[in-house]
Design a protein around this ligand. Structure first.
Ligand code: SAH
Ligand code: SF4
Ligand code: F3S
Length: 466
């Protein structure tokens, strides 16, 4: 039987990327094959995000484009999943009557059953049921099908923190951790398909396993560290209020744990942090950064910021800029506050105008960009270990241009010597020593150093020779 075409469109965070990958592998076992053009699809899945109004608009604008496709092909099945689907359920069908399936964030494992029912009975289904237990989806993409060397692995679902602006607890449900056995066996399977780096995902990884009495997050990290074939471990997101001494110590003890922490502060004003219900002060936060840097001096620190939260005055904003200057982040994401009707902040007074938000965003980014560049420039002339993720060879070029990341998560594009015997030994997944020769705004540029002449600790033998 000919495979049916599957087109998945993903909006939103890494968790959605992870969920889409699960959906893809589940549906592969149901006879679907991923296609990269919409007209070739028999099934279109839109995985949506509700974090800000813009993300939600993106979802509906993509769904809108599918109306014509459905008119041309009435047998096409359209499924809308993810956080907007969870929040709006039936409303999605009202807005887009040609959608066949609305599935929430806890319904992924039931997807094949729903799709089969729709194919057989031409019915419409809304499944936004939430549960305490995680329905594990064990299927994974076949070995070597994606060729990716770096993958996300969700270790927990939902969030119990209820930051005043945030939709996540309402659309992903209560915080629930996956069992360590499930996580570890999934990572081992990824290793067999060529993956060398994993990023463990949770909204607040520090509280992993606490409710269920499983192991602690740093313990989980140490189990992953013991997996042969995994070379690098990353994680996100760590909530500043719960960052533990044990986790800080892990940066010293676990060799494979990358020297990067994403520690979103959101604001530099205690008054705003309180209104946001973040559970820490600016001083607590700075103390934690100091301890992290003491334990791991070259650690890269990144953050998220929200500008224009209700009640944010010019002075509050100045305090955020002062914090940025005090920390000197390696990078940051900044967002204009966006009202989410389910989150309490949507009912807060002293809303900030769009113009002021825009202006603050621009000022913040301009300042942060200077620090991002400064941090990149500090690496000039050093030799760094790069985990190769891919290559970009321009037609006709006889030098190869590769791309990868260093432990601190900075992207490095580099060229390698043109000798065939060297080229043949480089592939995605190789760790190579690269001399940094140019620092750009958001990436670094360099040249590969022959491992023979690199400093001993940077020979990267295990992978270069592999
Ligand atoms: N669990 C993570 C954040 C996940 S959401 C944490 O606590 O850090 C990713 C980012 O989106 C947040 O850090 C925040 O900066 C931003 N964000 C969340 N809700 C928002 C809203 N209503 N308006 C603007 N930005 C928002
Ligand atoms: Fe949202 Fe706060 Fe939970 Fe992060 S910790 S997902 S910002 S409620
Ligand atoms: Fe968006 Fe849902 Fe992630 S709201 S940021 S896709 S958890």
């Amino acid at each position: 039987m000919q495979a049916k075409g599957l087109f998945i469109h993903t909006i939103g965070c890494q968790m959605n990327v992870y969920d889409s990958a699960k959906i893809e592998s589940m549906l592969q076992t149901e006879g679907y094959q991923t296609v990269d053009s919409l007209p070739a699809a028999d099934l279109v899945i839109v995985n949506t995000c509700a974090i800000r109004a813009k993300a939600e608009q993106k979802a509906f604008s993509f769904i809108g484009r599918l109306a014509e496709l459905k008119r041309q092909n009435p047998n096409l099945i359209i499924g809308a999943g993810g956080c907007v689907a969870q929040q709006q359920g039936q409303q999605v069908l009202k807005r887009a009557p040609y959608v066949d399936l609305v599935f929430g964030t806890h319904a992924i494992a039931r997807l094949p059953t729903h799709i089969n029912s729709i194919a057989k009975r031409k019915c419409r289904i809304v499944d936004i049921e939430m549960s305490q237990e995680i329905d594990e989806v064990d299927q994974m993409a076949e070995a070597g099908t994606t060729g990716d060397i770096s993958k996300f692995v969700t270790i927990m679902r939902g969030c119990d923190n209820y930051c005043a602006y945030c939709v996540v607890p309402y659309v992903r449900g209560r915080e629930t951790s996956r069992k360590p056995e499930k996580i570890l066996s999934e990572i081992k399977q990824l290793v067999r398909s060529g993956v060398r780096e994993v990023t463990l995902l949770g909204q607040n990884v520090n509280s992993y396993g606490k409710k269920e009495g499983l192991c602690s997050f740093p313990q989980l990290l140490s189990y992953v560290n013991d997996i042969e074939g995994i070379w690098r471990i990353r994680f996100t997101t760590s909530h500043p209020k719960d960052l533990s001494t044990e986790l800080i110590e892990a940066f010293k003890q676990l060799k494979k744990l990358c020297h990067h922490i994403h520690l979103p502060v959101q604001s530099g004003s205690d008054h705003i942090l309180k209104r946001m219900n973040r559970g820490y002060t600016c001083k607590d936060y700075l103390r934690k950064i100091e301890r992290l840097r003491r334990a791991c001096p070259d650690i890269a620190v990144t953050s998220d910021f929200i500008v224009g939260f209700p009640g944010e005055t010019t002075d509050d904003f100045k305090q955020t800029l002062a914090l940025i200057k005090a920390v000197e982040y390696d990078g940051a994401f900044a967002f204009m506050y966006s009202d989410r009707s389910v989150a309490p902040a949507s009912r807060f007074d002293k809303k900030v105008s769009e113009d002021v938000k825009k202006e603050r965003l621009q000022i913040l980014l301009e300042i942060q960009n200077q620090y991002t560049l400064k941090k990149n420039e500090a690496l000039l002339d050093s030799v760094q270990e790069v985990l190769v993720e891919g290559y970009s060879k321009r037609p006709g070029d006889n030098i190869s241009q590769w791309t990868g990341r260093i432990s601190t998560n900075k992207i490095v594009n580099f060229i390698s010597p043109s000798e065939k015997q060297i080229q043949n030994r480089i592939h995605p997944g190789t760790i190579l020593p690269v001399k940094i020769e140019n620092a750009l705004a958001h990436s670094l540029w360099g040249q590969m150093v022959l491992p023979e002449s690199a400093p001993t600790e940077l020979k990267g033998e295990q992978s270069y020779a592999a």
